[in-house]
Design a protein around this ligand. Sequence first.
Ligand code: FES
Length: 489
Amino acid sequence: MLMCELNRISSHFLFLATNGMDLGAISMILYGWRERDLVLQFFEKTSGLRMNHNYIRPGGVAADLPDGWRDDLAHLLDAFPSRLEEYDNLMTGQPIWQGRTQGVGVITPEEALALGATGPILRSTGTPWDLRKDTPYLAYDQVEFDVVVGSYGDVFDRYAIRLNEIRESMRIVAQILDLMPAGDYRVQDKKVTPPPRARIDESMEALIHHFKIFTEGFRVPEGEVYVAVESPRGSWAATSSPTAAPSPTACTSGARPSSTCRPCPTCCGAASSPTQSPSSPRWTPSWARWTDEPPERRQRGSGPHHRRALPRSRSALIPLLHVAQEQDGWVSPEAMSHIAELLDLTSAEVLGTASFYGMFKREPVGRYVVSVCTNISCLLVGGEELLEHCEERLGVKAGATTADGVFTLEDVECIAACTDAPCLQVNYRYFLNVTHDEVDGLLDDLAAGRRDDDIPPHGTLTRVRQQVPAERWSGHGAEGLPVSPGGPR
Ligand code: FES
């Protein structure tokens, strides 16, 4: 239990370090790594390894705690509180951090449960599911700690939960210092735990026990069993089930952390995956538009030719998301479920990819998606004023769609045209060095349907062919040869 809580602290420090860096809090990569290393040093002293220490074994642990372990832990418990305060100052109240995490990646409790999410991701939605409290194991029922939950289900909550779970784990570690019992560190059942190394040299019986444990393992009680623990990233479970001789039992283990699992009755109470629900509405793809699959095979759900042509079915995921968007104008939950089924992926894997790429819209959008860049190069030359101008002109804020369903306005990160800032895209078609007057003219033309020929409705990305100005390719190709697959057509 001590090692499990230290591991939670180490894992959450890793989260703070790497996610801090990814979101612009560069110092966090150094601080998080520094603090985590104190924990890893303790692991090394205890088990001989910093990571993958294989310390917890059936019947106990691999070795006793090292001399001075109480002093080492006291040092950790002394060092961390002030540093956690620093992280609070560095990130929690910091406007840039808040801006990049609050309201971002929001999931509801229902969505989290449907995805089989556990751990901090589920708790961020306000669901107080923690196996240490709900089905206590080890000695968790003998220590005091709180289950930290969020309210909004966003990235900020998931960050704040991990930060505060470090504090709760420290509370537990402090209690373990008082509660740690004296005695052996593993059961003395020689059919389960190996004998001490020295005994093998002097006892034939010890040698036989050692040999049988390391060659055959040991017998577990008959029947099927599923046991889960609360790992730092969510439920982590081991299953043992009967198999045929010579190995009468098969054991598997794995995490159900956040986005990689399907719902199961044990971790979230859901009865089946949304992709398997017979009552869920089915999205019917228009395969006929782009596949040579004969209709009778299509109806059997054998999948599009993209799938057959690719070595890994997963490679068809992005093309299929494009197809879904082309068909409906957005990528609906039904489409994602159907794609998951076609490619034998979890719905969470499909959602993970669809939500990673801003080009896939997971809400219905207008006929024209106007994407205004407000990243640094554009910001310096009026990107933000351009966005405000569009908001005023269209009467909606960024992220919203006009009442007539013609325009969706969005504020985007760099669209890779920085040398021609300020710039925007309409349905992924570029408009560079734009002035407010030019934007007004463009919006008028779009509203009146005067640009239908060169700007098709949103979702028809695969039909958009934009001429790249020749000067942009100068020097990139020999004269008379095609300059690039993406060059002038
Ligand atoms: S910053 Fe706007 S296009 Fe790069």
